[in-house]
Design a protein around this ligand. Sequence first.
Ligand code: ZN
Length: 138
Amino acid sequence: MKSFRKELTFKTPHRRDYLNITPDVQKALLESGIKEGLCLVNAMHITASVYINDDESGLIADFDDWLENLAPHEPISQYRHNGAEDNADGHLKRQVMGREVVVAVSNGKLDFGPWEQIFYGEFDGRRSKRVLVKIIGE
Ligand code: ZN
C-alpha cells in the first residue's frame, strides 16, 4: 500500500469564503500516483471546514446566509469564547459544516456522485490556513 500526504494553504480575502478546492485535490491525487484507494481531505484549523456540495453560486450564498443566521458574527460580545478573540461564530460554523471529507479513488480519479465538489469553507479568514490531503491505496 502506498500513502501520500500534502498540505494545501489558503489565505482568503474575507472573513468568510467558500473555495472549490477540487482541482487542488485532483492535482494531489495525480502526484500520488494512486489509482485505487481513499482520499481524506480535512481542515487543519478549527474555524474552517472541508465539505462536499454543489458549486452553484446561489447555494453558496444560501449556505452563508444560513450559517450567519445560526451563528451571527456580530455582536461578538454575545459569545463567551470571545475575549482576546472574535471568532466564536467561526468555531460554531465549522462544527456545522464539518471537518473533513473522504472520497473513494477509482481508476485514478475522485469517484464523485453527480455534482459533488470539494469545498474549503473559511469562517475566520484573512490569514494563511492549511488543509491536509492524505491518500492511501495502490
Ligand atoms: Zn477561537
